[in-house]
Design a protein around this ligand. Structure first.
Ligand SMILES: Cc1cc2nc3c(=O)[nH]c(=O)nc-3n(C[C@H](O)[C@H](O)[C@H](O)COP(=O)(O)O)c2cc1C
Length: 290
């Protein structure tokens, strides 16, 4: 499948087949794709912790979050969860990564001069700017590039995934024995789709002209209809959601997978659990002097 079609097919798949395990090879392919993404200074602060429902310890399975009201049940359906992490300690050894880039011919022209420049100028600059670099968003942005590449490979491999936030993290952090230098970015549910490949159609997006500009902010980037037609032919742009039968499909899936109505009786329980965990985490954090 061409890359454009893979991009067109990628949409969050919330309904997964709970009984069908995911081959470990496919997860490896996702991780290989994440490793190849671009990262500032080749820092590579993205980490992933794969939870395999069939092999994980019960303590880890028990720590999987209840999720949000709209998406909570996905955590329970997914045969695999990837906990995507950022490890801030990677920035501390960033100088080594830069020297490797010079050795690989990927940065600088004259090797000797480039190594000297790194040691005398660039690395001291990055060290001095350490805290502002960590708060600047660039590192998380690059982690996102890795996650996006992994996601596209998952779709090419016939898997469905969805990224979910983890509002209360304490229990999960403890069960996974995460080092302090790591923050949880999000959890990706992975499995074989229970829903149709269209998954209801392509999700709503703001108009391109409203988002992107040419030469000056506010001057819309001109959207050529010819290009739009070409991308439709390439299956990157597909039928918008909702397809006429989507809501019937949702009712069918809810029945087959025993999912309660979104704003049904479960929402209260989930909300209470989240609030409880968050206040516990806050209390413990204060106690631990975090
Ligand atoms: C980093 C990230 C975190 C997300 N967290 C949640 C979440 O906590 N709960 C949820 O229901 N959806 C979550 N989503 C999924 C988005 O809501 C989803 O992408 C959106 O419904 C659009 O669907 P699409 O991915 O098919 O375009 C998250 C997506 C991303 C990228």
């Amino acid at each position: 499948m061409e890359l454009k079609e893979v991009i067109g097919n990628r949409r969050s798949i919330r309904f997964l087949l709970p009984h069908k395990p995911v081959e470990r090879e496919k997860i490896q392919k996702m991780l290989e794709a994440a490793t190849l993404s671009s990262f500032w200074g080749n820092v590579r602060a993205l980490r992933a912790l794969v939870i395999e429902r069939d092999t994980a310890a019960q303590e880890v399975l028990d720590a999987i979050p209840p999720g949000t009201a709209i998406g909570g049940w996905q955590f329970r359906l997914a045969p695999v969860l990837i906990v995507w992490l950022v490890d801030w300690s990677a920035i501390d050894v960033q100088g080594d990564r830069l020297h490797e880039l010079v050795d690989a011919g990927a940065a600088g022209i004259d090797q000797e001069a480039s190594h000297r420049y790194l040691d005398e100028s660039l690395i001291p600059f990055f060290k001095a700017a350490g805290d502002s670099i960590k708060s600047g968003g660039m590192t998380e942005l690059d982690c996102g590039q890795g996650i996006a590449q992994a996601t596209l490979v998952a779709f090419e491999e016939g898997l469905g995934t969805c990224l979910l936030g983890v509002p209360a993290q304490k229990k999960l952090r403890r069960a996974l024995e995460l080092p302090e230098s790591c923050d949880i970015l999000c959890v990706q549910t992975v499995g074989y789709p229970a829903e149709s490949p269209e998954a209801g159609g392509q999700r709503p997006r703001l108009p391109l002209e409203q988002l992107y500009f040419l030469n000056s902010y506010g001057e819309s980037f001109p959207r050529s209809e010819e290009v739009v037609e070409e991308l439709k032919r390439d299956r990157m742009l597909q039928e918008p959601a909702p397809l006429p039968w989507r809501f019937d499909e949702l009712r069918y899936l809810a029945k087959a997978l025993d999912i309660p109505p979104i704003f049904g009786e479960e929402v209260v329980e989930i909300g209470q659990e989240m609030v409880k965990e968050m206040s516990e985490a806050q209390g413990e954090g204060e106690g631990e002097g975090e």
